[in-house]
Structures are given as structure tokens and as C-alpha cells.
Design a protein around this ligand. Structure first.
Ligand SMILES: [Zn+2]
Length: 351
């Protein structure tokens, strides 16, 4: 066996107990097939299990209002509570949501302490649309936002960089940190699209101005294009910002056959996007990366994509980023980056 990274995974059968009904795309099956994949001969035994735990109320309150946390708690054991047009609870949803947020905090703590090199939270429900007092877009608690604040408040980290490659804009994450210069949020997303936010003009507010970076994209971007965006925008900004850790909102709805999206990333292509982020993390924070599962609705496509990311995280696969970048569609990438660079060069010398 070649040298491998200590890569942690967060998995727990209780994440399957959140069930929004038989035809809902954000289904327990998403994780079922991923957990089965982890038992395949080439994957079994490669990862360190991170114990899931329930987030404490004071941890949730770093991002959410007390009333909202109580509302979700009151759904416990009930058949169903409708939270949003496309988000509802089942009897196990509160527990799953608490374990997703708390488990991800644990993953961050283990990466921070050096017990793990990196980690992947294979959790449900996803989080990046969840607002302070409102569930949205299949999300209940904002796992990545809670994790980032937890790292600041409980682990003493100074600066966190969140990269969100989900198909959709992470409105909840942006709103949590838009006035906070200690947490930099960078999102690529199909635009205009659900949830409607994420224009490049949204750059943060007050002291947080410049620390929100939105890269709205038309359809059709593939892995080489995403890698080019990471190398040309994320990397210089990250080196200037100097985060203590990079958190990733990993949405697999940019997979080429995703039923909700119009992007063109092949399942193996996610390894390249991850490789670029890992390379940047190596340069600025000792490689510390914690990844949280967000969207992704092609059941088998997502499974294969997650597998590719895990192999990259573990160092079993090492994607050559330069080769991938040569295949990027420069016209398409320039079209996306030009307005973002034009706005953000006033905040970032490296642009
Ligand atoms: Zn999404």
C-alpha cells in the first residue's frame, strides 16, 4: 500500500432516518449507496470512522435562532412537519439533523488536532440553504456554517475558508458570514437558478466586505473548467487570506447527469476539483480540509463521484491538475471569472 493520508469519514445509519417521502430527490438512498460503496473491496478499511454526535444547542445557536432550534426539536417523533415548499421532517429528522451538525463539528476537531489529515462528512440532511430561522431547499441546520463558527469559537481558529461547489448558491452560508471577515465564503453555482442569490455583486457587508466571493455560472461547465476557476481564483485568494482550515460544501449536483442541474462534471472529474483544493490547502494550512456532503441527486453518479473524492482525499489517487487545466475551455472560464476579478481586485491584491 502506498503512503496514505489519514482520512476520516463520518457515517451513521441514523442519517437515513430523515425521509421526506417516496418521490423526494433528497432521499435516504443517496447515502445508502455511498455506505454500500464504502464496503467494496477497494474501499473497505481505508478510512478512520469519526463518531457522530448530536450538536449541542449552544453550538447550533452559533448560526440558528433558539426559536428555530426548538421548532425543529418539536418535530421529533412526529409524522411530518412542513418547513418549506420542498423541505419537511419525518420522525427521525431532528435526530439526523443534530447528528449531521454535531458530527461535522467533530470531524473539524479531529482534523484540527492532527488526528486526521482531512475528513468527509457523509451526512444528511444537507445544510447550505438553511438560514438563521428558516429551513430551505432540503436543508435544516447549516452544517458547514455551524462547523466554521465552532472552529472559531471552540477550537480557536482565526480564519476559515469555505468553498461551495454545489450547483446551487449557499444562501444560508453567505448570509451567516456576510459581515464576518474571519470566514471567507467562495461559491460557484448555476445562475440564475434556485435560490436566486449569488450574483457577483454580492461581496459581503460592513467589515465582511470582500469576504464573500460569488462565481455565477451558466450551464455546461466541466471538471477542467472548475479546476481552472479554483486555480485562478480560489488559490491566490486563499494564499492571501491564509485560512487555518478549508471547509468544502461538496454538492454533487454539478455531476453531468444530475436530474436537477446543467453542469458537465464527470464522476472521476470531482477528484481533480478536490486535488486543486487539497493543493491549495497544502500551501496555506498544512492540508487541513473538512468536506461536507450537500446536494447530488443522481444516485449512482453521486456514489461514484464521492468515491473519486475519497480516493483523492486519502492520497490513493493523485490527479495531475496541470493536465486537467490544459483541457479547460478558456473562453468559458474567462467569461465567468472576468467580472468576479474586476470586482474583487479592490479587496485582493493577488487578483
Ligand atoms: Zn444543490
Amino acid at each position: 500500500m502506498p503512503f496514505m493520508n489519514k482520512t476520516g469519514i463520518l457515517r451513521d445509519e441514523r442519517y437515513l432516518d430523515h425521509d421526506m417521502g417516496p418521490y423526494h430527490p433528497e432521499s435516504p438512498e443517496r447515502l445508502e449507496v455511498i455506505y454500500e460503496m464504502l464496503e467494496e473491496p477497494d474501499m473497505k478499511g481505508l478510512f478512520i470512522d469519526i463518531p457522530a454526535r448530536r450538536a449541542k444547542k449552544e453550538e447550533l445557536e452559533l448560526v440558528h435562532s433558539s426559536e428555530y432550534i426548538d421548532l425543529i426539536a418539536s418535530s421529533d417523533g412526529k409524522d411530518s412537519v412542513y418547513l418549506d415548499g420542498d423541505t419537511r421532517t419525518s420522525p427521525g429528522s431532528n435526530d439526523a439533523a443534530l447528528l449531521a451538525a454535531g458530527g461535522f463539528c467533530e470531524a473539524i476537531a479531529m482534523v484540527n488536532s492532527g488526528r486526521l489529515k482531512n475528513a468527509f462528512g457523509l451526512v444528511r440532511p444537507p445544510g447550505h440553504h438553511a438560514e438563521r430561522s428558516r429551513a430551505m431547499g432540503f436543508c435544516i441546520f447549516n452544517n458547514i456554517a455551524i462547523g466554521a463558527r465552532y472552529a472559531r469559537e471552540y477550537l480557536g481558529l482565526q480564519r476559515i475558508l469555505i468553498i461551495d461547489w454545489d450547483l446551487h448558491h449557499g444562501n444560508g452560508t453567505q448570509h451567516t458570514f456576510e459581515d464576518d471577515p474571519s470566514i471567507l465564503y467562495l461559491s460557484t453555482h448555476q445562475y440564475p437558478f434556485y435560490p436566486g442569490t449569488g450574483s457577483y455583486h454580492e461581496t459581503g457587508t460592513g467589515r465582511g466586505e470582500g469576504f464573500t466571493i460569488n462565481v455565477p455560472l451558466s450551464t455546461g461547465y466541466g471538471e477542467s473548467d472548475f479546476v481552472a476557476i479554483m486555480e485562478r481564483l480560489l488559490k491566490p485568494v486563499a494564499l492571501e487570506f491564509k485560512p487555518d482550515m478549508i471547509l468544502v460544501s461538496a454538492g454533487f449536483d454539478i455531476y453531468k447527469n444530475d436530474p436537477l442541474g446543467g453542469m458537465e462534471v464527470a464522476s472521476e472529474g470531482f477528484a481533480g476539483i478536490m486535488a486543486s483544493i487539497m493543493n491549495t490547502a497544502e500551501l496555506c494550512c498544512g492540508g487541513k480540509v473538512a468536506v461536507a456532503l450537500e446536494g447530488g441527486y443522481h444516485i449512482n453518479g453521486q456514489r461514484d463521484s464521492v468515491k473519486a473524492v475519497l480516493k483523492e482525499l486519502a492520497g490513493i489517487n493523485k490527479t495531475n491538475i496541470s493536465n486537467l487545466m490544459k483541457r479547460a475551455d478558456e473562453t468559458r472560464v474567462d467569461y465567468a471569472l472576468r467580472p468576479v476579478m474586476a470586482i474583487h481586485k479592490r479587496y485582493w491584491k493577488s487578483l
